[in-house]
Design a protein around this ligand. Sequence first.
Ligand code: CMC
Length: 392
Amino acid sequence: SGYITLDYGYKNTGATTSAITFLDGEEGILHYRGYPIEQLAEQSSFLEVAYLLIYGDLPTKDQLAHFEHEIKIHTLVNEDVRKIFDGFPVNAHPMGVISSLVCALTAFYPESTNPDRNQEMIELTIIRLLAKMPTLAAWAYKNSQGHPVNYPKNSLDYCSNFLYMMFALPVEEYEVDPVIVDAMNKLLILHADHEQNCSTSTVRIVGSSQASLYSAVSAGINALWGPLHGGANQAVIEMLEAIKNDGGDATKYLNKAKDKNDPFRLMGFGHRVYKNFDPRARIIKKSADQVLGKLGIKDPVLDIAKQLEEAALSDPYFVERKLYPNVDFYSGIIYRALGIPTEMFTVMFALGRLPGWIAQWKEMISNKEPIGRPRQVYVGSTKRDYVPLDKR
Ligand code: CMC
């Protein structure tokens, strides 16, 4: 009934009010709860930012210590969850594995699916998600290698524990490199929230039906997996490798991206909201240089990325459409330098985005928002009569 505005991709439709993330696409500004992303990336830790997003303010020392402690004591997952891994083929993509397992947590915490959940239950679910996602993610990787899993080591901080679960082997000592921990913290912070993007809107819309937070986050992981969203970080490295293996001619791929008869897009370029630059990409580009320098890594793919960026930024096609490198253009290069396998890149994005999803879900619940239910403009057949099968 009434007048319906048609807006494919919700390019101009606001679906909520939000006090979490401020984003100015023209000026390239990104704030979490008022704090500039540059300051947080430089000075904060990922769990501090998670607390900020979820609870609205930076934690005091005591609040942070309590939050970190709560997360540590929930890092284990039920042994029956571990057994589910045995059913996945070894080469299963870890995004499919973690979204399934996050959803499977509803079976282990059925009380979380009760729409009358109280504040205590909500808090516990938030802590469980933050605590268990790194364990599930690292185990998905171990499973893909056919290796036994590492149980969480709670003497370690959030990022170090994840790296330990990912990389420690029973046959040798594993020491976490502080350069890698710092870089991981920064990457997770840069990915922690980005207002009403595809996966976050998915989390809010699934949550609006009062499905459990686990289900909503699982749906968010699936939305993030697509190459136009979080999956772009894997797609960027695959594209850069393809260029390298094809003789290193960046212009050839630039032309492919410009060709309207070719579905190929320059991965890691363009953004729905940023039309001048992506502030996260600026921080990451600088960080990529530093991390590779500190770790003494020379990656020919970084040179190709720089060539491609330079060529695109002076090409009228990209200039006219205001297409700039986005957060995913350089993140894969750092992940690679940290030893993270390509298939895990989008999982790293999911670990980073988790506090944002949680904060947005919590806000949606506390705003008492109605169920998400877009309208449509019907363009199908007008009324017609049923024809029995033998008459068709
Ligand atoms: N390569 C070539 N052409 C492009 C690209 C690209 N990467 N991105 C946009 N365009 C063109 C597009 O063909 C269109 O041209 P025309 O006006 O002639 O039809 C114009 O630019 C506008 O593009 P759009 O598809 O209408 O823009 P959108 O806001 O719907 O899409 C986007 C935004 C990020 C999905 C898109 O730029 C894209 O596909 N980029 C590549 C994938 C990528 O890097 N995604 C990560 C986004 S940032 C992190 C995240 O959100 O997860």
